[in-house]
Design a protein around this ligand. Sequence first.
Ligand code: FES
Length: 119
Amino acid sequence: MSEFVFVCKVEDVPVGAAKQFKINGTEIALAHVEGGECYAIGGRCSHLRAQLGKGTLEGTVLTCPWHASQFEMTTGKLLRWVQEPPLRRILGALVPPFLRRGVPSYEVKIEDGQVLVKI
Ligand code: FES
């Protein structure tokens, strides 16, 4: 059964950035977006398992640090498949659409400056 687990203090993740955490054996990418909200998705890219928490955040869109696939932080939905480098993009286009998938998303709440994620 899932329960909310302490991940970090809100200030541990700068606004406009994401960080990688491992909670009870589950890797997550936690993003702190403009406006103060925090969102958590699965920490490993659905392409080749890069650490998504090391990616770059624009709004609620997280870009994978390896080949630039993009994920929506609020849902874990895949927004864009592999882009870089060009050869990998060409090879990535050969992957059937049903294998290009998003990652799990996790419920987040903030209490007393602490980020809790339901794992
Ligand atoms: S590992 Fe993330 S796009 Fe390739």
